[in-house]
Design a protein around this ligand. Structure first.
Ligand SMILES: CC(C)(COP(=O)(O)OP(=O)(O)OC[C@H]1O[C@@H](n2cnc3c(N)ncnc32)[C@H](O)[C@@H]1OP(=O)(O)O)[C@@H](O)C(=O)NCCC(=O)NCCS
Length: 252
């Protein structure tokens, strides 16, 4: 793999680090602080499996997020494991973060998650906990994409309804962010999407998970979801659908 053009010195000055309890570290940066990227820089940062995905992305900001997320992850892995950044490659996986690979191989377990919002790229790493990360922005000018009664369960909706009018939107995005971070954790654990498991989680007080929320004055909400890797999640039986009823709906 070619060397990344970004020296640790540059990254040391722009990447911010926040310790999250227990045993997780959040690494984040404002992408506008990175020097301009040349095509060679990009190929230097990305694994060949990422170059293919990158070429399929059309939006400029999304392309920048994609490259920055991988650069940040390699930097955070290098700091966490005490090894040079060039040791690491990130190999694409479907419905997941890229798989970290290193030469020599990474001996111990390592869990991480990635998220972006506008110009912020963030990566959270843990050596002992399964982890999921999400970033949202409380934005009163933007229409919410999913009504609360479709996104949240009865208990979560009761919690949200108890919020005052001025706190409702912030509560909505905090809850949404908990769900997204949990979704990423679950699909990392199971190597793919398990909607059945996801919809069983009460994102306010499920004892199998721990959420940490960092809010900033500018409306940014960063949520970290953690769980013990040994935890087992039981799949419930899929609901059965009676097709006769489906036809009844069409008859009406
Ligand atoms: C997958 C999903 C969580 C990604 O969220 P997003 O806001 O689009 O994107 P984010 O910036 O937060 O995260 C993107 C990164 O997450 C990682 N990621 C993508 N899918 C993932 C998955 N299934 N599990 C874990 N990580 C995943 C990737 O690394 C991705 O970055 P990359 O494309 O550069 O590799 C979201 O699109 C989704 O499908 N959510 C479903 C859950 C749901 O129904 N929520 C609404 C009801 S509450």
């Amino acid at each position: 793999m070619p060397d990344t053009p970004f020296s640790a010195d540059i990254l040391d000055t722009i990447v911010q680090k926040t310790d999250i309890q227990p045993d997780a570290t959040l690494w984040h940066l404002d992408m506008r602080e990175l020097p301009p990227l040349s095509p060679e820089d990009i190929v230097g940062i990305l694994h060949e499996s990422s170059v293919i995905r990158y070429s399929e992305l059309s939006r400029r900001q999304r392309r920048f997020q994609f490259v920055t997320g991988r650069l940040l992850t390699k930097y955070a892995l290098s700091k966490t494991l005490g090894r040079p950044i060039h040791d690491f490659a990130l190999v694409e996986r479907r419905n997941n973060t890229p798989q970290p690979k290193a030469i020599p191989p990474i001996a111990e377990p390592i869990y991480y998650s990635l998220a972006y919002r506008y110009d912020t790229a963030a990566c959270v790493i843990s050596r002992s906990q399964l982890i999921g990360l999400d970033i949202e922005v409380t934005d009163a000018t933007r229409e919410i994409s999913t009504p609360a009664d479709k996104a949240f369960n009865a208990h979560e909706n009761a919690w949200l309804s108890a919020k005052g009018k001025d706190q409702w939107l912030k509560g909505y995005y905090e809850l949404w962010s908990r769900k997204e971070s949990c979704y990423k954790l679950l699909s990392s654990k199971h190597g793919g999407i398990h909607d059945d498991l996801f919809w069983q989680v009460d994102c306010l007080d499920d004892p199998r998970f721990k959420w940490t929320t960092l809010s900033k004055d500018n409306g940014l909400i960063i949520t970290i979801c953690q769980a013990d890797p040994e935890l087992t999640f039981r799949l419930t039986q899929s609901p059965t659908y009676n097709l006769d009823n489906a036809f009844d709906i069409f008859k009406r």
